[in-house]
Write a protein that binds this ligand. Structure first.
Ligand SMILES: C[S@@+](CC[C@H](N)C(=O)[O-])C[C@H]1O[C@@H](n2cnc3c(N)ncnc32)[C@H](O)[C@@H]1O
Length: 307
């Protein structure tokens, strides 16, 4: 669906495109807006919630009653991310994504983005603001972007919908993304659940996945406190890309240290990571009492091409 809004610089209208490539999760047919619903030609209909998101996760695609991150984790992540500790991550992601746009065909008018496992929407909203503002400055009114944020957690999507009403926020699964086949240019997956067959189905040929994964040193100070001398590292799954028909075309690290001087934010960090659940009682209690900590942020950005 195309909407029109006034260009803030006052020269000409800028087109804002709400995603038009959503698919019915039951039969894969295109979904179109009709009154306050998304409907497919076979009559399946999905309400647009009061907060502006749509739930496209049918009960038969659910593996638990309340899948994905809990409300508590979502609140913790929002508070932590809003405090700017990961702004360099968002900047790097925007930089890599922008550089990928140069691969677009010069006649291509719309670029479709999907953030797969978008959580509470911090990164997609950040990128939206940078790219749309830049587009306006360059007066590229004919090069539009379409934005989908997908997450299996309803509390995460409810929260994301508060950040930005120009993005199509969808409750759904990366296993069966409710998006038309061969319709997405760029998938982002930031610490998300990577499901290559699901991604491959919806990506255009030559489309890209941008993965952000933890590097070896990520949050090592926190892990040392939680697990003492146990060596626990997260597994990087981008190495599985080749066997799934993708080729790694770029790989960039991001490494920095940042100090957290606030017990609430340390709690938020712990709550938003799997360490909270993996930690034993003592490790969790010690961490929850910390008043300050310097953490290493070590992330790896990989770009995979759909061959
Ligand atoms: C570690 S969080 C990362 C969230 C966000 N990308 C960020 O970095 O702020 C992982 C997210 O993946 C979501 N998730 C888990 N399984 C999923 C699935 N099958 N499909 C879509 N999202 C999923 C969780 O609900 C959670 O929001």
């Amino acid at each position: 669906m195309m909407l029109c809004c006034p260009d803030l610089s006052g020269t000409r209208p800028v087109l804002i495109s709400k995603a038009s490539n959503l698919a019915c999760p039951i039969d894969g047919e295109p979904l179109v807006f009709h009154e306050k619903q998304l409907v497919c030609k076979n009559g399946h209909s999905f309400d647009v919630a009061r907060q502006g998101y749509v739930n496209l996760l049918p009960v038969q695609h659910k593996r638990s009653k309340e899948p994905g991150d809990s409300k508590e984790m979502v609140v913790a992540r929002t508070e932590f991310l809003n405090s700017g500790f990961y702004t360099p991550v968002a900047n790097k992601l925007t930089e890599i994504l922008s550089s990928q746009l140069s691969n677009n065909h010069p006649d291509q008018q719309e670029t479709s983005f999907l953030d797969a496992g978008c959580g509470e929407g911090y990164y997609l909203d950040f990128i939206y603001n940078k790219l749309e503002i830049n587009n306006k400055k360059l007066n590229h009114a004919n090069n539009t972007f379409s934005w989908i944020g997908l997450d299996i957690s309803k509390p995460a999507i409810v929260s994301a919908a508060k950040r930005n009403n120009q993005i199509s926020w969808i409750v759904g699964s990366n296993r069966q993304p409710p998006v038309l086949k061969n319709s997405v240019d760029i998938i982002l997956c930031v610490f998300g659940f990577q499901h290559y067959p699901g991604f491959r189905k919806i990506l255009k040929k030559g489309g890209r996945i941008i993965l952000v994964e933890p590097g070896e040193g990520h949050l090592k100070e926190l892990r040392e406190i939680i697990y003492h001398d146990q060596k626990i590292t997260d597994v990087t799954r981008s190495s599985l890309a080749g066997e799934n028909g993708f080729q790694i075309v770029d790989n960039q690290p991001l490494l920095y240290k940042t100090k957290i001087n606030n017990n609430e934010q340390i709690k938020n960090l712990l709550l938003m990571t799997p360490h909270f659940y993996r930690a034993n009682k003592t490790g969790r209690e010690v961490t929850l009492k910390l008043q300050e900590i310097e953490i290493t942020v070590d992330m790896v950005f990989s770009v995979l091409e759909n061959k």
